[in-house]
Design a protein around this ligand. Structure first.
Ligand code: MLT
Length: 409
């Protein structure tokens, strides 16, 4: 008799964005003429930068000739991209990260989900609440939790985030010792940013407690405010306790192309039960070489072009465009009397709706044909909020503002 992985039975029936997609489809089936505007899942809408498109085309041509054809690539990524990442994202910013500490992948979601394979089954995990569901669900699947009740899994430690702590928890908020904490700043879903001092407190805590910080910096490219940290490695001591995830999805419109990377510094260790330290970087190499055949050559050439002078300017312009969308919506919602977090160094607006978040989601869907994301889908502490994504055309954003204004006035 084949036994099922019963941990899956503990997980909510469907992934948050799948549930939203079902509700939107049901609404559209019932209202075939409705022009639905999607400000729910953070999926980009603007085309790729011309420099990226040119690099992708050229890479396709490489694959068309015997002399330049590429079959299996290195599982960790091609040197050309790892070096471009190390230089542009870290070394040029004064950060100590080397090319052989960069692991190119098909996106940060996969890496955030897969990384927990490197750590023991019995470690204690802390997450923020609200939280990007991938951190939680992958640990549930791996059996690190008990059943869920009221949207929280037994065995997981939740760090509640609210306006009171600026949506950034501190190690002092930990109700019990933990071994791993997932942090994401600029934050998904709240759009909040953390200060360097706040991140430094987590790094100091991790180093003092032989703990690990899993830092998701997928939204780093949206930071415009001077002084807001772009990387956990801006904190001293982070190399010995932190793994960082980055993505080209929101940075360069790669949600459909798929590319991201993970930084696993040399010397970063976890411990055996007998207290012997073991380096995690060789483990991640082993994991990737066993289970992953690398991100495609064509994709990696496209990602490399993000760092060319034209590519950098073009991708920045697209992010500026989304940030302007965010500003327009934030201003409009503020005028309507709502308190809004995020939307300045982030594509997400976290709106206090002063009521049930699924009910508010349904109201906006039914009365305004606007899709948002209910805060409760991100955790118990997300109740009372909705998340609005700034990824859309200007025309749709202005139309959505008009509709929200008439429904919410
Ligand atoms: C989101 O909407 O939270 C993101 O698009 C999800 C993701 O990046 O996987």
């Amino acid at each position: 008799m084949v036994r099922v992985n019963e941990n899956y039975l503990k997980i909510q029936a469907s992934y948050l964005f799948t549930e939203i997609a079902h509700r939107v489809k049901a609404h559209q089936d019932a209202n075939p003429g409705a022009k639905v505007i999607r400000l729910g899942i953070g999926d980009v809408t603007e085309p790729l930068a011309p420099a990226v498109v040119a690099a992708l085309h050229k890479a396709v041509d490489d694959e068309a000739a015997r002399e330049t054809f590429h079959g299996y690539g290195p599982e960790q990524g091609y040197a050309f991209l790892r070096e471009a990442v190390a230089k542009n994202d870290f070394q040029d910013r004064g950060l100590d990260v080397a090319a052989d500490e960069i692991f190119i992948s098909d996106g940060a979601k996969c890496d955030c989900g897969n990384i927990q394979e490197l750590i023991g089954a019995d470690v204690k995990i802390a997450v923020t609440d609200p939280v990007y569901p991938v951190y939680v669900d992958t640990n549930v699947m791996a059996g690190r939790t008990g059943p869920s009740s009221n949207g929280r899994y037994a065995g997981l430690v939740y760090l509640s985030c609210s306006a009171a702590n600026g949506f950034v928890p501190s190690p002092a908020d930990l109700p019990e010792p933990v071994d791993v904490v997932y942090l994401c700043y600029p934050n998904n879903p709240t759009g909040a940013t953390a200060t360097k001092a706040q991140l430094q407190a987590w790094v100091d805590w991790a180093n003092a407690n032989k703990a690990l910080v899993l830092f998701d910096a997928a939204y780093e490219a949206f930071i415009r405010t001077p002084g807001v940290p772009h990387s956990i490695y801006e904190c001293s001591g982070a190399r010995s306790c932190a793994i960082e995830f980055r993505s080209y999805s929101k940075t360069a419109g790669f949600t459909g192309i798929r590319c991201g990377y993970t930084v696993v510094p040399k010397g970063l260790v976890a411990w055996k039960a007998d207290g012997t330290p073991v380096e995690l970087r060789p483990f991640w190499t082993r994991r990737q070489t066993t289970k992953f055949n690398g991100c495609s050559y064509i994709t990696q050439r496209g990602a490399e072009a993000v760092y060319s002078p034209e590519g950098a300017a073009q991708t920045k312009a697209t992010i500026d465009f989304y940030l302007e969308n965010a500003k327009l919506m934030k201003d409009a919602l503020t005028k309507l009397g709502y308190t809004v977090t995020g939307g300045t160094d982030s594509p997400y607006l976290w709106v206090n709706v002063k009521g049930d978040s699924w009910a508010f989601f349904d109201k906006l869907l039914k009365e305004a044909n606007v899709v948002t994301t209910p805060g409760a889908g991100f955790g118990q502490a997300g109740e009372g909020f909705i998340r609005i994504s700034a990824f859309n055309s200007r025309e749709n954003v202005l139309e959505a503002i008009g509709r929200l204004s008439s429904v919410l006035t």
